[in-house]
Design a protein around this ligand. Structure first.
Ligand code: UT7
Length: 323
C-alpha cells in the first residue's frame, strides 16, 4: 500500500470582463493578427477592482470543493500559487482561508511565478505523503493586469487574470503507475536567468512595479526545459509518452505548447489548449486548463496527465498524475 494524493475536485473563476486583441490596437502599435500569429492569444479576462487574487482564488476553491462533494471543514491545508497576492503580507492563502470561513488547518502562498502551480502541487503531494495533511486545496490565482506596463506592447498583450483550484485527498494506492493521483513530480530553478523575466518593483523599491520580459530569450529556454522536465517526471512515474492521455501545459504561447508537444512525441490532439481564451495567467493557467479540460469532457476519470510550466526565476517543473 502507498499513500497517493488523489484529485477529488476541480474548479475555476474567470473575471467577467473579456478583452479582445482589438482593444490593444486602439492604444498600441500592434494588431490582432500579430498577437495571434506570435502567441495564439485571441482574448483574455481582466479583473475589476473587486476581483482580487484572493477573491478569485476563493471562488475557484468553492467550485472545486463543490465538484469534490467536500466541505471547508474537510480541508487541512490551502496552498495558493501566486505572484500577485493582494498585499505584501499576509499571504493571499490566509485571506482565502478567512473568506472560506475555515477556522482550522493552515494556509500559505507559493511564489514560483508561472511554474507556481507545479510547485504548489508538488508541496501538496509532499504534505499528503508525509501525513501532515489529508486534504489539501491547491490553488493558482493571478491578477497580472495589475503589474502590466500598458505602454509595453511586448508584454501587456500576453497576460490575463483568473484562478483555478484542485482538491487533493490522501487515498491508498497500490504503488503502481495505474494508481489514481500524483505519480511523480520534477522541480527545477536557475536564478542566474533573473533578468529574462522579473517585476521591477517590490519592498526594495517601494513600488509594485511592472513585469519586464525578454520574450524571445524565455521562449528559447521554454521548449527545451519543458520537454526535459516532462520527460523526467514521466520516467519517475514509470510511464512513456505512449501512456499519456493529456498534456496540460502552462498556457503562455501556442508555439511553445506545440514545440514542447512535438519534442515529447505527442500530437496536439492530446494537448489541452486554452491560451486563445485566457492569455497567460501565470500560476493560474494550469488549474484553469485542467478545469476547462474537464468541463469540455476532454479529461476523464482514469486519464493519465502530464502537466508542465516555466516562468520567472527561471523556475520550471512537471507533474504526472492520473485523474
Ligand atoms: O509564462 C512565462 C513565460 N513567458 C513566456 O513563455 C513568453 C515567451 N515568449 C513569447 O511568447 C514570445 O517570445 C513573444 C510572443 C513574447 C514574442 O514573440 P517572438 O516571436 O519571440 O518575437 P520577438 O520578441 O522576437 O519580436 C519580434 C518583433 C520585434 O520587432 P523587431 O525588433 O523585429 O522590429 C518586436 O518589437 O515583434 C515586435 N513586437 C510586436 N509587434 C507588434 C513585440 N510585441 C509586439 C506586438 N505587436 N504586441
Amino acid at each position: 500500500m502507498t499513500t497517493r494524493a488523489v484529485i477529488k475536485g476541480v474548479g475555476h473563476y474567470l473575471p467577467e470582463r473579456i478583452v479582445p486583441n482589438a482593444e490593444f490596437e486602439k492604444t498600441l502599435d500592434t494588431t490582432h493578427e500579430w498577437i495571434v500569429s506570435r502567441s495564439g492569444i485571441e482574448r483574455r479576462h481582466f479583473a475589476n477592482d473587486d476581483e482580487t487574487t484572493s477573491m478569485m482564488a476563493t471562488e475557484a476553491a468553492k467550485a472545486a470543493l463543490a465538484d469534490a462533494g467536500l466541505a471547508v471543514d474537510d480541508v487541512d491545508a490551502i496552498i495558493l500559487a501566486t505572484s500577485t497576492a493582494d498585499l505584501t503580507f499576509p499571504s493571499a492563502a490566509t485571506m482565502v482561508q478567512a473568506r472560506l470561513g475555515m477556522t482550522r488547518g493552515f494556509a500559505f502562498d507559493v511564489q514560483a511565478v508561472c511554474a507556481g502551480f507545479i510547485y504548489a502541487l508538488s508541496n501538496a503531494n509532499a504534505l499528503i505523503l508525509s501525513g501532515q495533511a489529508k486534504c489539501v486545496l491547491v490553488i493558482g490565482a493571478e491578477t497580472f493586469s495589475r503589474i502590466m506596463d500598458w505602454t509595453d506592447r511586448g508584454t501587456c498583450v500576453l497576460f490575463g487574470d483568473g484562478a483555478g483550484a484542485l482538491v487533493l485527498r490522501a487515498e491508498d494506492g497500490k504503488g503502481t503507475k495505474d494508481d489514481a493521483g500524483i505519480l511523480a513530480t520534477d522541480l527545477n530553478s536557475d536564478g542566474s536567468h533573473r533578468e529574462l523575466l522579473y517585476v521591477d518593483g517590490g519592498v526594495s523599491t517601494g513600488t509594485t512595479g511592472y513585469l519586464r520580459m525578454q520574450g524571445n530569450q524565455v521562449f528559447r529556454h521554454a521548449v527545451e526545459k519543458l520537454a526535459a522536465t516532462a520527460n523526467t517526471a514521466m520516467e519517475r512515474a514509470g510511464v512513456t509518452a505512449h501512456d499519456i492521455d493529456w498534456v496540460v501545459p502552462h498556457q503562455a504561447n501556442i508555439r511553445i505548447i506545440q514545440g514542447t508537444a512535438k519534442k515529447m512525441g505527442l500530437p496536439m490532439e492530446k494537448v489541452v489548449v486554452t491560451v486563445q481564451d485566457h492569455g497567460n495567467t501565470s500560476a493560474a493557467s494550469i488549474p484553469l486548463a485542467l478545469s476547462v479540460g474537464r468541463a469540455r469532457g476532454q479529461i476523464k476519470n482514469g486519464d493519465l496527465i502530464v502537466t508542465e510550466a516555466i516562468g520567472g526565476g527561471l523556475a520550471w517543473g512537471a507533474v504526472v498524475m492520473r485523474w
